[in-house]
Design a binder for this molecule. Structure first.
Ligand code: BES
Ligand code: ZN
Ligand code: ZN
Length: 484
């Protein structure tokens, strides 16, 4: 797909199809007489009134509803514009013009990303590839800086695609070693230093909890550190940490068969982190960011770790394993322990498909946001609104007692009935944290089970836009001194 910004009226552009976003309260003024008339009729017949999610096609024009103008968010265009993609196919449109005049400049970015998201297909394993039918997209906008917004949007969209591509790989291909190789590939494109440790190095350095989780698999764990030093030397690190379980069978505490296939997406957090690292470089972001990826495969076998095992983690704290299926927090214990000791980051955000309980609480609408620093949480909430990656703040402190163990520093499950499972998961992680930190439980957001018009089923790349919005936020200086 070839995108361009055109500072013209949408009707002055040549295109096979036109997409016209409309507010609920919009007048028909400015439309060609024939279309204005058709729109009046459509309104009368309750076919289209501009409500959010509505779409109506007539004569090569797709009208899409934006809802009320006062509650409009540019990021809503990801879905609104993305959802026109199947219609564009039906119309056989290879060139499209989208009317963004009158909308804020960010609309240019989200309209382009929406189409690219919708057009994404994972067909590496298909003999017949899906052809791309939309070739040219003209974004009609007279906003200052629209071209710059488009340029950045293409980088962000590419990063989202990268995360989805790696995450969609099956676990017989995407072993921990394969995943580490993907991170190295991103780093090799320049500007990022990647370090990969294999099982021998992990043993020597004391990463016992990652090793324990991976011990049931013939594909041993990998730990990856990606350093992007785009800021001044004097500036502190910001850390992003991703859970990278290449397949989560539950291990000895094995999961039921239904939907177990979805546990190939248990590496989503790490996929997002590696894609973000590449995008920071491509966007030339002025910040020092370290990305940490913890890869292991959780399988049952004669060598698998077991309920009742006691583990000594990287920073010396101990874990009582009571359920081998709560493995994400176990690998993150080492990863967080390492990153705080080694980098003393001013801010740390981890992303993990950590708990089914988070899906129960927030469904496929929000990722759970937990943390120990109000300002940092507020920054991520702002980035969420800006980026369209939805998060919802959840409680944490009240659950710290639930993960205390009689015989170790923490145990890896909370309440025996699983009450507040997302919060007890976060409370466990907090034991390995020593600085401003946010945990994002992306279990409900990382993949889609059934396709939507704006997104195929499979990996979503959730978090890429959120982290990039946060790391490039103007309101927050990522270079500020860490709080004491
Ligand atoms: N990867 C799963 C969490 C998950 C489940 C994500 C379903 C998305 C959909 C995680 O490792 C896990 O199994 N967590 C357990 C924790 C429990 C044993 C305390 C869970 O959620 O059941
Ligand atoms: Zn699990
Ligand atoms: Zn898991």
């Amino acid at each position: 797909m070839d995108f361009s910004v055109q500072s013209k009226d949408v009707w002055a552009l040549h295109a096979d199809a036109r997409v016209l976003p409309r507010f609920e309260d919009a007048k028909a003024a400015g439309l060609p007489a024939k279309l204005a008339h058709a729109l009046e009729n459509a309104k009368k017949k309750k076919l289209f009134s501009g409500k959010k999610g509505e779409a109506w096609t007539t004569d090569g024009v797709i009208l899409v509803g934006l809802g009320k103008s006062e509650s409009f968010k540019p990021s809503s265009l990801l879905r609104v514009i993305g959802a026109t993609y199947p219609t564009l196919r039906r119309l056989g449109a290879s060139s499209v013009a989208i009317d963004l005049n009158g909308l804020p400049v960010e609309s240019v970015s989200f309209a382009a990303q929406g189409l690219l998201d919708a057009a994404y297909r994972f067909d590496d394993f298909k003999k017949e590839k899906t052809p791309e039918w939309v070739e040219k997209v003209a974004l009609a906008s007279r906003e200052h800086d629209a071209s710059l917004h488009l340029k950045k949007a293409l980088i962000v969209a590419e990063a989202v695609r990268k995360a989805r591509d790696v995450d969609n790989q099956p676990p017989n291909v995407a072993t921990p070693a394969f995943m580490a190789e993907q991170a190295q590939k991103i780093a090799r494109a320049g500007g990022i230093k990647a370090t990969v440790w294999d099982e021998k190095q992990l043993k020597a350095k004391g990463f016992n909890s990652i090793l324990a989780v991976g011990n049931g698999s013939v594909h041993p764990p990998r730990f990856v550190v990606m350093e992007y030093a785009g800021g001044a030397k004097s500036e502190p690190w910001v850390a992003i940490v991703g859970k990278g379980i290449t397949f989560d069978s539950g291990g000895i505490s094995i999961k039921p068969g239904a939907d177990m296939d979805k546990m190939k997406f248990d590496k989503s957090g790490a996929c997002t982190v590696m894609a973000v690292m590449g995008a920071l470089r491509d966007l030339n972001v002025k910040a020092n960011v370290v990305g940490v990826l913890a890869f292991a495969e959780n399988l049952p076998s004669g060598s698998a770790y077991r309920p009742s095992d006691l583990l000594r983690t990287f920073n010396g704290k101990t874990i009582e394993v009571l359920n081998t299926d709560a493995e994400g927090r176990v690998v993150l214990a080492d990863a967080l322990g390492y990153v705080f000791q080694q980098y003393k980051p001013a801010r740390t955000v981890d992303l993990a498909t950590l708990t089914g309980a988070c899906c129960v609480a927030l469904g496929e609408q929000f990722a759970g946001l937990f943390g120990n620093d109000d300002a940092l949480m507020a920054h991520l909430q702002a980035a969420s609104v800006q980026s369209g990656d939805a998060v919802w703040r959840m409680p944490l402190d009240e659950f710290e007692d639930d993960v205390k163990s009689e015989i170790a520093d923490v145990k890896n499950i909370g309440h025996p009935k699983g009450y507040a499972g997302a919060s007890t998961g976060a409370a466990f992680l907090k034991a390995f944290v020593s600085g401003p930190w946010v945990h994002l439980d992306i279990a409900g957001m990382a993949w889609l089970s059934s396709p939507k018009p704006y997104l195929t089923s499979g990996a979503t790349g959730f978090g890429v836009r959120l982290l990039l919005a946060w790391l490039t936020q103007k309101t927050e200086s990522t270079v500020a001194k860490p709080k004491k």
